[in-house]
Ligand binder design. Structure first.
Ligand SMILES: [Zn+2]
Length: 60
């Protein structure tokens, strides 16, 4: 019984995460990598969403 409930919670949480990501609310985590953005001519840090693995760069 308790297993069923916990499984349902996990599913809800995953669905929630996907909805958030598709709405543009990603869970960004700094990957620690730094690279040079040629377009902006500046050093940027790389961030990755822990849910959908999307990447973005951020000015430091
Ligand atoms: Zn995401």
């Amino acid at each position: 019984m308790s297993n069923v409930i916990s499984l349902r919670k996990v599913k809800q949480k995953r669905a929630e995460g996907k909805t958030l990501c598709s709405s543009g609310f990603h869970k960004w985590q700094v990957s620690g990598e730094r690279k040079f953005d040629v377009k902006r001519g500046k050093l940027v840090s790389l961030e990755r969403c822990t849910r959908c693995k999307q990447e973005r760069t951020r000015l430091t």
